[in-house]
Write a protein that binds this ligand. Structure first.
Ligand code: AVJ
Length: 328
């Protein structure tokens, strides 16, 4: 911690900020590598700069985007049972906390000894930590700015009590099955003997409903997707013309996932710093997968990673699920 951070921390009462390892060169490297593949692709974690995090918060409030509302309804409907499962007074670690919308309910019900929000967007993390501090002055907050898709340097050793990892929002859907398996295994190792995990998982459903959720009428999802190119322009001296790319999202039923792409509308070349990339008309950059699971599929996956699916809750409409997992 430098002097500024110390002064800042001093003014934040029981709130502390930690930097986990987010290599600064990795955005550039990942973009250059991803755009050099036969099927161009970019990792979805880079959606979440300050602008992208704001756009995502707007997506969560869209009429068509059912996951956030469904998960909130699920939490409200089953909060006492979820709290009994997770236990009071534990350390609550949340991956991809964003604006910590759903965590509020959990914090109120669990009264955790400490809350450890982990997010890749520093702005979202700080905004959330400040609001939570006002709402829960008694709560010890250890905000970790980091990328949870790789092993984190969370100050775990100092964490008291039983650990509960909260991974809501179906963020796990961004991982392939292999990545999700590896992530669950890694988390199981961090939980310790009596730890538990709560994972929000979007369910397979009517493809029309899925399609609408990722192709909203206001075009917020399109703006969220295109912001990735704007971010490359801002941070990596990219020369993308956003009018020459279009948002494209569809449900790939055989693979059980929504795919988001940015499609080049013309044959063009785009410079990023000293690099140049060629696009055919109609060629796409694959920017996100959002896997949908059945309850049984996800329990099998969790089981293969060493967890026992102890509990599962659904929202009243049956659109979304929350799995309570413990070490097998
Ligand atoms: C944050 C990964 C759960 O896949 O639904 C929303 C991101 N992408 N609209 C999702 C997203 C387009 C979201 N996750």
């Amino acid at each position: 911690m430098d002097g500024d951070q110390r002064r800042q921390a001093a003014g934040l009462g029981r709130t502390r900020f930690f930097e986990s390892f987010v290599p600064t060169g990795s955005f550039r490297e990942d973009v250059i590598a991803g755009l050099s593949l036969p099927q161009k692709s970019l990792p979805p974690k880079y959606f979440y700069d300050a602008n992208g995090s704001r756009l995502f918060e707007a997506i969560c409030r869209l009429r068509e985007y059912y996951p956030t509302r469904s998960e909130l309804a699920l939490m409200r409907a089953h909060l006492p049972a979820i709290a009994r499962f997770a236990g009071r007074g534990s350390t609550l670690i949340e991956y991809g906390s964003g604006e910590s919308l759903k965590s509020r309910l959990l914090i109120r019900a669990l009264r955790p000894a400490a809350y450890v929000p982990v997010d890749i967007s520093e702005e979202a993390l700080q905004g959330a930590a400040l609001r939570l501090r006002r709402e829960f002055p008694w709560l010890e907050i250890r905000a970790v700015h980091g990328d949870f898709s790789r092993p984190l340097k969370v100050p775990m050793t100092e964490l008291r009590g039983r650990r509960v990892v909260y991974f809501p929002g179906s963020t796990i859907g961004n991982f392939t099955t292999e990545e999700a398996h590896a992530f669950l295994r890694m988390t199981r190792g961090q939980l310790g003997p009596k730890g538990a995990m709560l994972v929000g998982v979007d369910l397979k459903k009517d493809a029309n409903l899925l399609h609408a959720a990722y192709n909203d009428a206001k075009g917020i999802t399109a703006a969220f997707n295109l912001n990735l190119l704007a971010r490359i322009n801002r941070e990596l001296r990219g020369r993308f013309d956003l009018r020459r790319f279009r948002h494209y999202a569809f449900y790939n039923a055989p693979l059980g996932r929504i795919e988001m792409h940015l499609v080049s509308l013309v044959r063009q070349r785009v410079d990023i710093g000293a690099y140049r990339f060629a696009f055919d008309a109609g060629e796409s950059i694959h920017t996100e997968n959002s896997y949908k699971y059945s309850i049984e599929d996800f329990q099998a996956l969790a089981g293969s990673a060493g967890f026992r699916g102890a509990k599962v809750w659904r929202d009243p409409k049956g659109l979304f699920s929350l799995h309570g997992l413990i070490a097998a």
